[in-house]
Design a protein around this ligand. Structure first.
Ligand code: FAD
Length: 648
């Protein structure tokens, strides 16, 4: 974390000093509907941009207190790191280190542990797979928003009732809101409020009003599978109650045990019956007693004495997907490929989006709902901000649906397989093992690190992928340990990728290059910052820091003790802020204390070096040769708009 750049200030450095002046509440850049994980990720991302006006409305009377999702994938933790609260989550959460599989023993028929496996493979991520209440995740996002220059707080008790596009040029979307917190004791004014927005994003859950206003439906298998879930404090002689446990009984169905944060509580997912056509979860009269009885039967002969039910729910679930995630993309593939380059496609810039459960739902078995919704929002947030701020072409917005629809489709397909394997009554040990093998094989997928975006205006090709076999175009930047050059701090390189909307160029120096004048790194830096065709010179406006739009970092091959800071090019020791102080945090060296260094870990060509271009959402746009300036310039030329007043 860096602070004091513009002068010493006492107190909490996370609390932004400048507060943006109050703006109109009825004319906003972005209206976010819903404060679930998707809405809060989006709102938190947008508050990184002081120039935007953002409003978030939530029909509930206040923040979520209990329940709903709890599984946080490694990839989501990487994203939380970018928002600055991964450590808080790590500290509070349960860590899923090992998973056990239980099924009836072939010889005795008695429930027995069939296997015990490592949950997250080594070096899959620097982050753990954890369990923490969705409500706490919400709290951390709310804190980020409240501490930002916006001091943003959701408008609770405020329900969106309609949304439509108008012909207005500046604020083409009109939303109608009304108070939803009226009670007999405290009646509220129910006069509808109209908000005009440049963009609106429906993060309003599976029964999304925004989606319905667009006339879209979630298509797929009807939500007929009934699930029971309960968070309990219980006494049991089942030995693996503090491990994630998938239990398939002989005659009573399946149970998933998820130990909860705090060391005592556990969550039990219990598969109940299929609902009949038109039947709702509430119609079955499920009670906590029903769930306890079912869980006890599955766990038998082990005992389960439930002392307290902290939260429970019975809900229907199905794998369903909206075929459109915005108000423009009718046929995703043809619409995107038919782009004319200026993004307007005959005036068809998307203005209304949906994210999270509003566009896809799936079973809780793979623990994806909250994670995928947050990933949708992280994908969209920086794009909206850079288009609204005039830094990127509106065509960028089409990549949201293009990228996230494809990933949602993959998830639905995956979920169908894992759900059917989980629900199947194992009739043979091979079938039971099949479930376990699939579960293990897909661990990378459920960790969220397998996402790979296809080539587009923000994701390049793989012609020079060989320069870095472990940092893959289209995939998230896979962190590795480094030593920060100036202060010898051991750290994760990926942790410089903050959720601040900046692009990053990470230069891996060829062998022997220490940043000295005339070397490949120095020449590249000079091109980036000084050449009129260089993207930093070209796309950085006057009056801001040189790293405000594109942030350059370098990793050298030698020991940090052998490096000379004074030899580095100015772009790697830039002067910044009101006082012109030096930023010393741009350069890194390998950390060789614990095995292979970052060059070996990530397969970087030591002789040639490599340039990794990283998007603001931490995905790799390009792997390029350090000498290929044309390709580097083209990456930004495709996307960015030159500022009216340009740096240099
Ligand atoms: P949501 O979390 O649903 O958030 C949508 C928000 O929008 C809500 O706060 C809602 O009040 C608000 N909203 C809706 N309509 C409007 C409107 N018109 N105006 C203003 N605000 C509006 N997943 C699991 O993995 N495990 C579980 O055990 C589990 N249990 C669940 C139990 C319930 C009751 C529900 C609803 C979901 C559960 N899920 C569970 C799913 C998981 O919570 C979701 O996948 C995840 O929350 C999706 O995030 P989201 O932000 O897209 O939507």
């Amino acid at each position: 974390m860096q602070y004091h750049q513009d002068g010493f200030r006492p107190g909490n450095p996370s609390l932004a000093e400048q507060v943006v002046p109050p703006r109109s509440r009825s004319n906003v850049d972005v209206l976010v509907v819903g404060s679930g994980p998707a809405g809060l990720t989006l709102a938190a991302q947008l508050t990184a941009f002081p120039g935007l006006s953002v409003r978030i409305v939530e029909q509930r009377p206040g923040p979520l207190q209990v329940g709903q999702a709890d599984g946080i994938a490694c990839r989501s933790m990487e994203m939380f790191q970018a928002f600055g609260f991964a450590e808080k989550v790590s500290k509070e959460a349960y860590w899923v280190n090992e998973t056990v599989f239980w099924r009836p023993d072939a010889a005795t028929g008695r429930l027995a542990r069939a296997d015990r496996i490592q949950d997250v493979e080594d070096d899959l991520s620097e982050m753990p797979h954890v369990i923490l209440s969705q409500a706490r995740v919400h709290d951390f996002y709310l804190e980020v928003m409240a501490q930002s220059t916006h001091r943003l707080v959701p408008d609770y008790g405020c329900q969106l009732i309609d949304v439509k596009r108008t012909g207005d040029v500046e604020y083409p979307v009109m939303a109608t809101l009304r108070r939803s917190d009226s009670t007999a004791d405290t009646p509220t004014d129910d006069t509808p409020e109209v908000v005009h927005a440049r963009y609106i994003v429906g993060c309003d859950g599976a029964r999304s009003t925004v989606r319905r206003a667009l006339g879209y439906r979630l298509e797929g298998e009807a939500a007929r599978q009934l699930w029971g879930v309960m968070d309990v404090l219980a006494v049991t002689d089942f030995p693996d109650v503090r491990l994630k446990a998938a239990i398939q009984s002989a005659d009573h169905g399946s149970l998933l045990i998820i130990p909860r944060e705090g060391g005592f509580m556990v969550r039990m997912y219990i598969e109940l019956d299929e609902l009949d056509d038109g039947e709702r979860a509430g119609d079955r009269g499920v009670t906590p007693e029903t769930l306890i009885a079912k869980a006890t039967a599955i766990l038998s002969p082990y005992t389960l004495d439930v002392k307290e039910v902290a939260w429970w729910s019975a809900y229907e679930i199905g794998q369903r997907l909206s075929d459109r995630f915005d108000d423009v993309s009718s046929d995703i593939s043809s619409d995107i490929s038919g782009d004319d380059g200026d993004g307007e496609r005959s005036g068809r810039t998307p203005r209304i989006f949906i994210a999270g459960d509003a566009c896809h739902t799936h079973s809780p078995k793979a623990g994806q709902g909250m994670n995928v919704g947050m990933a949708d929002a992280f994908n969209l947030g920086w794009k909206l901000a850079s288009v609204i701020e005039g830094r990127s072409r509106p065509a960028l917005l089409h990549t949201y649906t293009e990228e996230r629809h494809a990933k949602a489709k993959e998830l639905i397909d995956f979920d169908k397989v894992i759900s059917s394997l989980f629900s199947a009554k194992p009739t043979s040990s091979q079938e039971a093992e099949q479930f376990q093998q699939y579960f293990q094989k897909q661990a990378r997928y459920t960790a969220g690190v397998e996402t790979r975006y296809e080539p587009s205006m923000i994701t390049g090709g793989v012609a020079t992928q060989h320069l870095s076999s472990g940092l893959v175009v289209g995939m998230r930047f896979h962190s590795a340990p480094v030593i920060r050059l100036a202060d010898a701090k051991p750290m994760q390189l990926g942790h410089v990728l903050e959720a601040d909307g900046r692009w990053r160029i990470i230069v891996f120096a060829p062998a022997g290059d220490r940043g000295q004048a005339g070397g490949a790194v120095a020449q590249l830096c000079s091109f980036l910052a000084d050449d009129p065709a260089g993207p930093i010179r070209r796309y950085t406006p006057d009056g801001v820091d040189v790293d405000d739009v594109i942030d350059v970092r370098a990793v050298f091959q030698g020991s940090h003790r052998d490096m000379d800071l004074g030899l580095l090019p100015p772009l790697l020791t830039p002067t910044k802020g009101r006082l012109g102080v030096i930023d010393y945090q741009k350069s890194f060296c390998p950390d060789v204390r614990n095995g292979p260094d970052i060059f070996d870990q990530r397969g970087i060509d030591r002789d040639a070096g490599a340039v990794i271009v990283v998007r603001p959402d931490q995905y790799i746009a390009d792997v390029l040769s350090i000498t290929d300036r044309a390709a580097l310039a083209e990456r930004f030329d495709q996307l960015m708009i030159e500022p009216v007043t340009r740096s240099g």
